[in-house]
Design a protein around this ligand. Structure first.
Ligand SMILES: Cc1cc2nc3c(=O)[nH]c(=O)nc-3n(C[C@H](O)[C@H](O)[C@H](O)COP(=O)(O)OP(=O)(O)OC[C@H]3O[C@@H](n4cnc5c(N)ncnc54)[C@H](O)[C@@H]3O)c2cc1C
Length: 382
């Protein structure tokens, strides 16, 4: 028996789903959001106070358009309730001239018409002495539109706006199975059946469980915070230690940003590939978090001798990898009423509102605001 009907159902209200709910409800109709936990929870990919916001996205030259649309939409949302969702402090990408981060950031900047400041090795070492072991030829690329964004705030603000516009939201509701057909989509949930004209599946690490043919792999990735060894020094505060991405000469790929007393957060540093492919979800006390922190400490000591190398806080989080590192956004070729939004591969938050807008355009058959063909799920399922 069908308990609920909707024109569009959005399943999963994390980064992508909360934004899709808002952008869809902006266009009207009966829009329903279903979420396994509460809105703004800490059990998925969209928690941990901050994320890097970059426009010169090294991952693909098509991404700056999504980041910029996100910036516009979030600014509009922030104007309404006065809480900023992005802080543009700039971002430094460091590495050898031919390294993937440096090459990628420059290619994206060129595609976006973004003027980047390039820092030569001597200037880099002088201006940012916190980064130890910068290679003799390493350069820095400065993205002036970048900075930080705030995941819990953005998710809650998007859902609140969707609700204000008339969306219905059911939390603590698990979608157990999804059945698309020619006329719509039937959702089997822990609270009964839902029938929708179209559905947007944005369940993050839970996406492969509902659509097993998608080649997505959830990868536990901890969030780790640190403190300066000298508490009196301001060397690791946000103005002096901005958002950064760094490919070190030893091949380590680090990212992070400085502390901000106003924002209530310590220095954050993460390293790619810290946790082996272990099953998700992980439990906070299952030992893997502590093991990850232990593996991180020597790398922090080498890269940032000015930090105490042991994290002051370590929280579980997860990224969902796609084979080519790009998102999967849009209808499934064999089920056009079912759209997916996932495969974030660890760089999705800064694009959330732009992704939500794109999904709403796909649902309503509008001309997309940018060419996001590189995210078409058909590249894997078609
Ligand atoms: C350590 C770390 C650092 C990162 N750094 C950055 C960064 O600096 N910049 C950046 O842009 N991005 C970054 N990311 C990536 C970014 O956080 C993710 O791209 C983004 O949060 C993914 O959002 P999502 O909507 O796909 O997943 P989620 O936010 O997890 O949303 C999925 C939602 O679906 C719900 N759900 C799951 N299954 C079901 C079900 N069966 N029924 C109902 N609901 C369900 C979940 O509860 C969840 O709320 C980072 C990620 C990690 C882990």
């Amino acid at each position: 028996m069908v308990n609920l009907r909707a024109d569009v159902a959005v399943i999963g209200l994390g980064a992508f789903g909360s934004a899709a709910l808002w952008r869809l409800q902006e266009r009207g109709g009966r829009v329903l959001g279903l979420e396994l936990h509460d809105v703004g929870h800490e059990s998925g990919s969209s928690h941990g106070l901050t994320r890097l916001f970059r426009v010169a996205c090294l991952e693909h030259p098509g991404l700056p358009a999504l980041a910029r649309r996100t910036l516009d939409l979030w600014r509009g949302l922030a104007r309404q309730d006065g809480v900023p969702l992005v802080r543009q402090t700039g971002c430094l990408t460091l590495g050898a001239p031919g390294s993937r981060p440096v090459r990628g950031a420059l290619a994206a900047a060129e595609a976006a018409g973004l003027s980047m400041r390039q820092l030569e090795p001597a200037a880099l070492r002088r201006q940012f002495p916190q980064f130890a072991g910068v290679g003799r030829r390493d350069v820095g690329v400065w993205d002036p539109e970048a900075g930080l964004c705030y995941p819990e705030r953005a998710v809650c603000a998007s859902v609140a706006e969707a609700r204000r516009l008339g969306a219905e939201v059911r939390t603590r509701t698990e979608v157990l199975a999804v059945e698309p057909d020619a006329g719509g989509v039937t959702l089997h949930t822990s609270a009964g059946e839902v029938r929708a004209g179209k559905a947007v599946l944005a369940t993050g690490a839970g996406l492969p469980a509902l659509v097993p043919e998608l080649p997505l792999v959830p990868r536990p990735t901890p969030l780790t915070w640190f403190r300066a060894a000298d508490p009196a020094s301001d060397a690791f505060t946000l103005p002096r230690f901005p958002a950064f991405v760094w490919e070190r000469p030893d091949g380590d790929h680090l990212w992070g940003h400085g502390s901000d007393a106003q924002g209530g957060h310590d220095v954050k540093v993460g390293v790619a590939g810290l946790v082996d492919d272990t099953p998700f979800p992980w439990q906070p006390d299952d030992g893997r978090l502590a093991a990850a922190a232990r593996r991180l400490a020597p790398r922090i000591a080498t890269a940032f001798p000015g930090l105490v190398p042991h994290p002051v806080r370590t929280d579980p989080c997860v990224v969902t990898d796609s084979p080519d590192g790009q998102f999967l956004l849009g209808p499934l070729p064999h089920a056009p009423n079912l759209l997916v939004a996932g495969g974030d591969t660890g760089h999705g938050f800064k694009h959330a509102a732009g992704v939500g807008e794109l999904l709403a355009q796909y649902v309503h058959g509008e001309e997309p605001y940018c060419d996001a063909g590189f995210t078409d799920p058909a590249r894997f399922t078609g």
